[in-house]
Design a protein around this ligand. Sequence first.
Ligand SMILES: *[C@@H]1O[C@H](CO)[C@@H](O)[C@H](O)[C@H]1NC(C)=O
Ligand SMILES: *[C@@H]1O[C@H](CO)[C@@H](O)[C@H](O)[C@H]1NC(C)=O
Ligand SMILES: *[C@@H]1O[C@H](CO)[C@@H](O)[C@H](O)[C@H]1NC(C)=O
Ligand SMILES: *[C@@H]1O[C@H](CO)[C@@H](O)[C@H](O)[C@H]1NC(C)=O
Ligand SMILES: *[C@@H]1O[C@H](CO)[C@@H](O)[C@H](O)[C@H]1NC(C)=O
Ligand SMILES: *[C@@H]1O[C@H](CO)[C@@H](O)[C@H](O)[C@H]1NC(C)=O
Length: 447
Amino acid sequence: MPPDEVYDQLAQLSKVKIIFKANSCIMLLFSYLALCAATAQAVVVPRAASYHGGTTKVVKTGKKPTGYEVEFHFQPNSTLHPQFVVLGGFFLYTNSREASNTKMKEILPWDWQPEDFSLRTVPDYFDTYGVQIPSKHGDYSKGFNMTYDSKSGDWVITLPFPSGTFNYAYYPDCWQGWGNSNCTVLTDPSNPPIERLKGDQKLSTIQVPFDGKFQVQNYDKYLPLEPASHRGTISFHTYPSPGSTYPSNGTHQVGVYLPREYGTVKNKEYPVLYLSHGGGGADSDWFSQGRAHNILDRLIDEGYLEPTVAITPNFYNLGFDTTDFPDQYSFLNAVRENFFEYLVPWVDEHYSVYTDRSHQAFGGLSLGGGLALTMLFNATDRWGEVYVMSNIAAPALGDPQYDNPLLNETKIWTGAGFYDKTLPFAKDFQDAMTYAGITGYKSEFYM
Ligand SMILES: *[C@@H]1O[C@H](CO)[C@@H](O)[C@H](O)[C@H]1NC(C)=O
Ligand SMILES: *[C@@H]1O[C@H](CO)[C@@H](O)[C@H](O)[C@H]1NC(C)=O
Ligand SMILES: *[C@@H]1O[C@H](CO)[C@@H](O)[C@H](O)[C@H]1NC(C)=O
Ligand SMILES: *[C@@H]1O[C@H](CO)[C@@H](O)[C@H](O)[C@H]1NC(C)=O
Ligand SMILES: *[C@@H]1O[C@H](CO)[C@@H](O)[C@H](O)[C@H]1NC(C)=O
Ligand SMILES: *[C@@H]1O[C@H](CO)[C@@H](O)[C@H](O)[C@H]1NC(C)=O
């Protein structure tokens, strides 16, 4: 069936010039997902508005500090006359000597050194509820003022970036700093977000290649696979979901990754991996921020994963919300029931996928990690593998939910970023499983 919207990744990426060819890189699926989990951060910002133009270029400089620069050119539309424009949306750098999962020293792009990484922890100028408090360290959320070029009418800035995937957006007249919800957020028209459902993706994403002369952390595995003919496709669809209020009453949106081979082999069925976004997120997050399609392309191409269909659901606007429930798990269990009632049957009917437990996996990040736990404990017979990433608090050590014998027949992966504020929850979950004698789990914590 024709997708609502299909994007040719190459066409999209060709607008962001990457003047370098990616080295392919070999790692296992679990590690890829974990790195996505550690770097994907949900930022709650207002809906993006439209404007005219601009270009964004990733340029190999061969110079310090990183060997790469990104040139941002933003051209406001003719009705918008900002006094100043802030480039924001990404987090500053820190390093393992000056960061923990509660504090970090912020390092500016031009002071970047090998081994520094981009991080947003809960800095000491945010309290535990995420409320900003005055800081002696300055303010990560201020962003960078762009310069007005009166000849071209563009607002411009060039910053060094190390290897990796970074979100960004333009914030006209945003004196409060880009993290402030009152600022207007404009995504980059030369590099639009992947999904075009209005408002769901609030930031553009750039990918910067690795240069071993200046850097030590290589994230080239996020880059699009070469040659392009080896890539799968991603698309966004709507499915009937009574009660859903978005994108229209009674329908809900979902992202779908199909491996390159899909449709070429008659009657072949594929394993299916569901990947959930986190709090404040959307179905496109695993593709826009997590670059899951590039990672899956590479894993399949290199033979680490058999061709697999990936489904990215959306747990918001189903007709109920977190605020309708006394606690997060009540909400997540309602989401689970809703997905089994409407989403999973739609996937099974419209795609050539296996429907048995051993070929179905569920993964989720942050609040979606809570959803993965709900799937693990309350739908244990439905999933052969469950990936719990940067989860919210799991059932406590000794909770009878761990006495389920089927847990021993489930491949469970759990992990978090080493500087992730959810690290204690991930470790508690690990301890609770160890205490219960659950044998088949693996846990990893990533920088
Ligand atoms: C120009 O951009 C502003 C801010 O995004 C928006 O409100 C306005 O509708 C745009 N005007 C046109 C003509 O696109
Ligand atoms: C950008 O410029 C404006 C206007 O001069 C100023 O109010 C704001 O603090 C500056 N922001 C940053 C991040 O330097
Ligand atoms: C946004 O603006 C309103 C109205 O000026 C103000 O009351 C509110 O505190 C602002 N929000 C933030 C997060 O600054
Ligand atoms: C969806 O249904 C609600 C309640 O009946 C109604 O208020 C709303 O306008 C409808 N939205 C659309 C897009 O039809
Ligand atoms: C599983 O379901 C029970 C009963 O509804 C609920 O109390 C528990 O919180 C659920 N567990 C998870 C991890 O969602
Ligand atoms: C899982 O297997 C281990 C080792 O055989 C055993 O000690 C434990 O009780 C099992 N857990 C459950 C819930 O069956």
